[in-house]
Design a binder for this molecule. Sequence first.
Ligand code: GDP
Length: 459
Amino acid sequence: MELNMNNKTIAAISTAQGEGGIGVIRISGENAIQIADKVFKSVNNKKLCDLKGYSAAFGHIVKDEETIDECVATVFRAPRSYTGEDVAELSCHGGLFVTREVLRAVLDSGAVSAQAGEFTKRAFLNGKIDLTEAEAVIDIISAKSKTAARAALSAKKGALWNRIEKIKNKLVTTAAHLSAWVDYPEEDIEDVTEVELSAIFCEVSEEINSLLKTYDKGQTIKEGIDTVIAGKPNAGKSTLMNLLSGHNRSIVTEIPGTTRDIVEETVLVGDVVLRLSDTAGLRNTEDTVEKIGVDLAKNRLKNCGLVLAVFDSSKELDENDRQLIEDIKDVQTIAIINKDDLDSNIDEQYITDRIKRVIKLSAKTGEGFEQLEKMIVEIAGTDSFNPSEGILANERQRQAALNAKNSIDEAREALNMGMTFDAVEVALEDAIAYILELTGERVSEVVVDNVFHNFCVGK
Ligand code: GDP
């Protein structure tokens, strides 16, 4: 890997900044253990430099003969550490002041402050992990649901990498055979036939295609579903929002038209992340301010991933309800016939004839919530999702996979059009380059910096 890495010893607070049981200051690099020895005094006077990897000592952090805190110091020896370098971790009491004071002592002893994601970046540059595994680290940290956390952990363990490796090996073997056959005609190399090449390209293209298909589900699991709660004023949108989020967030009132602004909230329903927005009531209005809200809401409706369309079962269907049904006909929708605890006056048939998924609910009492949860899980596909299958987790990965697929399709086309094998070889090399970009084996510094830019300091 020709990418640059500074060889300074780095340090940072690796635990969350705030009060906690333990705070860890991580030091990594050539002098990590010597630097730790300058600030750490073990109770039995042992030096960390004399410890083997994976061992720990209890003692104190001391600066200018003053004891800052008690500490357990753990030593990791290269290459068996997170970064692949010598690492010392100082576990102190987790307070903002104490951890910062310990970090200051470490920096004064010769370490430099780590950049965001620099520990993981070093793990990547030292060949401990590939780029997809590094990206999985940030996904584990930011996971909002169990499924998202499991998917990220699988990626960290190499689920995606394994899938890409198989594709890469096929392409590299084919490219090597093709170029040997083209470049050394006098050698006794097995013939390359068009039929054979075409079959391999077809197979690889399909494999990448099925990988590309994992992206949308991956995004749903990771980022959640952009969900709009829609319905006429007083249908019970705010009450539903509060039921989903488990606390009073939107303003619930008896006066129609009170929820004017779009209120957003991220909630977890049956392990599905929903990015909810409760919108202004969708009724035809002359009020200018309310009209802006209504227009905004209609726009969001068209572009969201899921609509929870709320109907008031105690009232007859009116023009606003019928307009809503018309507005959402092309969007994935769950129709919620709300206020099921009251006497029904609504024409349910009209709704079930037009919307595939319909449930009855009382947002007020919570009756019917389980069925709503089941439907949401079904839509998200989290129940049938296998986290270890390896999925494309971000736009960078998707773009590289898509470029690789396009290059393979170009190679196929060159073959079908009867072009020379040279032209096929060029497209094939392009495909390999994109696959190497995906794993990070051949990637520009800008891309790598971009990946680690999103990390927190200390990771
Ligand atoms: P929004 O304008 O669509 O946001 O409607 P709100 O959530 O503000 O609800 C309007 C009124 O209907 C409030 O008085 C709620 O308490 C009431 N409401 C909402 N859901 C239910 C329900 O399931 N049953 C009953 N009985 N009342 C409800």
